[in-house]
Design a binder for this molecule. Structure first.
Ligand SMILES: *Cc1c(COP(=O)(O)O)cnc(C)c1O
Length: 425
C-alpha cells in the first residue's frame, strides 16, 4: 500500500489547520503515522485518495450505523437540498423527528434540536442548573461530553474534588463547579454527594463509557446513579450521544431499563449530518427559553437537511429492528477473533463489547474504569493499528475510541476482519 497522495495533502493541510485536521484524533498522533485523506465511502468501505480500500470500523466515530451513503438517506438529503438549505424558521420535519425520538425514548418528553453533541451537553447542563438553582455537577473520569469549558477537567490526584482544567485556555474558575467521580465506583459518587449536600445540579454519565475505549457499567451501577440522584434532587443526565440508537432504538435507557431525567443525543440522530438534541422531563425543559429563563439558541438548529437525514435514518432503524441483532452478532464475532488473537500470539488482550461497540485493550487486567483503560500498552496498540491498516482494516487511530460495527458490514467483511485479526490473511 502506498499513501503518497495522502502524505502530500497532509503537508498542505498542516499549513492552514492546526495539525492539518479539524478534530485532533484525526491527526494520527498517537499511532505515529500521518492521516489518510478520504476520497469517498460506500457501505462498509472507505477509500483513500491513493485508491486504497478499507473495511471501515470508525464509521465517522459513531453516526454510520447504516454504513456510508445509504441510498434512501442520500435521496432524502438531495430532495431536501432542492427546497432550500436553511430558513431560520420552524419546519414540519423538526416536529416529526422530535416525535420519533420521544416515541423511542419516552424520558425525552420535550427536547431541543442543536448541531453538535458538545452543544447538546452544554445546553443540558445549563438547563439542569437553571432548573435546580444549583451550580455543581458531577462527571466521571474518562467519560467525554464534548469540549465545552466546564467539562474539560481532570481529577486532581489527591482529592477527587479538586478539578483542574484539562485544556489550556480554560480559566480555573470554569471547572471549579465540576466534580469528578470514578466510573463504576459507587463510593466515589456517594462521597461527592455527602460533601456537597444540596449543591449538585446534575450528574452526567455515558451509560456505556465509549470514549475510553468501551467500558460497560457494572451490574447495578446505573440503577445506583438513578437512586442517588433522585434522593438528592439532582438531575440525572445520560449522555447517549454514542449509545442513542446504537444499543437499541431507545438507547442505553431501553437496553438497561433505566430512565434518565435528561438525555443528550448526537451522532446517529443526524444520519451523518450535523445534528444533535437534548431533552428530558417537561418540567425541566420548560425552563428553556422562550418558555423559561435558560437561554439557548442556534442559527442552524433543526436544519432541514439534517432533519431529513435523521428522520430517514431513524425510519430505517425502526422498520428493521433486527438490525440490532445483526450488528451485535457481527461485533461478537470480532470480539471472539480478538480473544483468539490473544491465544495465538500469547499477547495479553482484554476485549470489552456492548452491542455493536467494542474495544481491544492490550493488558492482562479486565478494564472497568479509566485507570484500567490507560493501563493498555500503547506500543502494542500502535502495532496492531498499523498491521490492521496495512491489511485493509480501518480502525480509529486511538486506543480510547470504540470500534463501531454497522449494518453495511457483510458476512464477508466480518470474516475477512476476523482472519486479519487472527493473523491468517
Ligand atoms: C462525540 C461525543 C460528544 C460530542 O459530540 P460532538 O458532536 O463531537 O460535539 C459528546 N458526548 C459523547 C458521549 C460523545 O461520544
Amino acid at each position: 500500500m502506498n499513501f503518497n497522495i495522502s502524505e502530500h495533502l497532509f503537508e498542505q493541510a498542516v499549513q492552514v489547520m492546526p495539525g492539518g485536521v479539524n478534530s485532533p484524533v484525526r491527526a494520527y498522533g498517537s499511532v505515529g503515522r500521518t492521516p489518510l485523506f478520504i476520497d469517498h465511502a460506500k457501505g462498509s468501505k472507505i477509500y483513500d485518495v491513493d485508491g486504497n480500500e478499507f473495511i471501515d470500523y470508525v464509521c465517522s466515530y459513531g453516526p454510520g450505523i447504516l454504513g456510508h451513503a445509504r441510498e434512501e438517506v442520500v435521496e432524502a438529503v438531495q430532495k431536501a437540498a432542492v427546497d432550500g438549505l436553511t430558513y431560520g424558521a420552524p419546519t414540519r420535519k423538526e416536529t416529526i423527528i422530535a416525535e420519533m425520538i420521544k416515541a423511542f425514548m419516552p424520558s425525552m418528553e420535550v427536547m431541543r434540536l442543536v448541531s453538535s453533541g458538545t452543544e447538546a451537553v452544554m445546553s443540558a447542563i445549563r438547563t439542569a442548573r437553571g432548573y435546580t438553582g444549583r451550580d455543581k455537577i458531577i462527571k466521571f473520569k474518562g467519560c467525554y461530553h464534548g469540549h465545552s469549558d466546564g467539562l474539560l477537567v481532570k481529577a486532581g490526584s489527591a482529592a477527587l474534588t479538586s478539578s483542574v482544567p484539562d485544556s489550556a485556555g480554560v480559566p480555573a474558575g470554569y471547572t471549579q463547579t465540576t466534580l469528578v467521580a470514578l466510573y463504576n465506583n459507587e463510593d466515589s459518587v456517594r462521597e461527592l454527594f455527602e460533601e456537597n449536600k444540596d449543591e449538585i445540579a446534575a450528574l452526567i454519565v455515558e451509560p456505556v463509557a465509549a470514549n475510553m475505549g468501551v467500558v460497560p457499567p457494572k451490574p447495578g451501577f446505573l440503577q445506583f446513579l438513578r437512586d442517588i440522584t433522585a434522593e438528592n434532587g439532582t438531575v440525572l443526565i445520560f449522555d447517549e450521544v454514542i449509545t442513542g440508537f446504537r444499543l437499541a432504538l431507545g438507547g442505553a435507557q431501553e437496553y438497561y431499563g433505566i430512565q434518565a431525567d435528561m438525555t443528550t443525543l448526537g451522532k446517529i440522530v443526524g444520519g451523518g449530518m450535523p445534528m444533535a438534541a437534548y431533552g428530558g422531563r417537561k418540567e425541566i425543559m420548560d425552563h428553556v427559553s422562550p418558555v423559561g429563563k435558560v437561554y439557548q439558541a442556534g442559527t442552524l438548529s433543526g436544519n432541514p437537511i439534517a432533519t431529513a437525514a435523521g428522520i430517514k435514518t431513524l425510519e430505517i432503524l425502526q422498520g428493521d429492528p433486527a438490525i440490532y441483532e445483526r450488528i451485535d452478532a457481527s461485533a461478537g464475532k470480532i470480539a471472539e477473533a480478538l480473544k483468539e488473537r490473544s491465544t495465538i500470539t500469547g499477547q495479553a488482550i482484554q476485549v470489552n463489547q456492548v452491542g455493536s461497540l467494542l474495544c481491544a485493550y492490550f493488558t492482562d487486567q479486565p478494564v472497568m474504569d479509566y485507570d484500567g483503560a490507560t493501563s493498555s500498552d500503547m506500543n502494542a496498540f500502535s502495532n496492531y493499528f498499523g498491521y490492521a491498516l496495512e491489511h485493509g482494516i480501518y480502525l480509529a487511530p486511538s486506543q480510547y475510541e470504540a470500534m463501531f460495527v454497522s449494518d453495511a458490514h457483510t458476512k464477508e467483511d466480518i470474516q475477512k476482519t476476523c482472519d486479519v485479526i487472527k493473523g491468517q490473511r
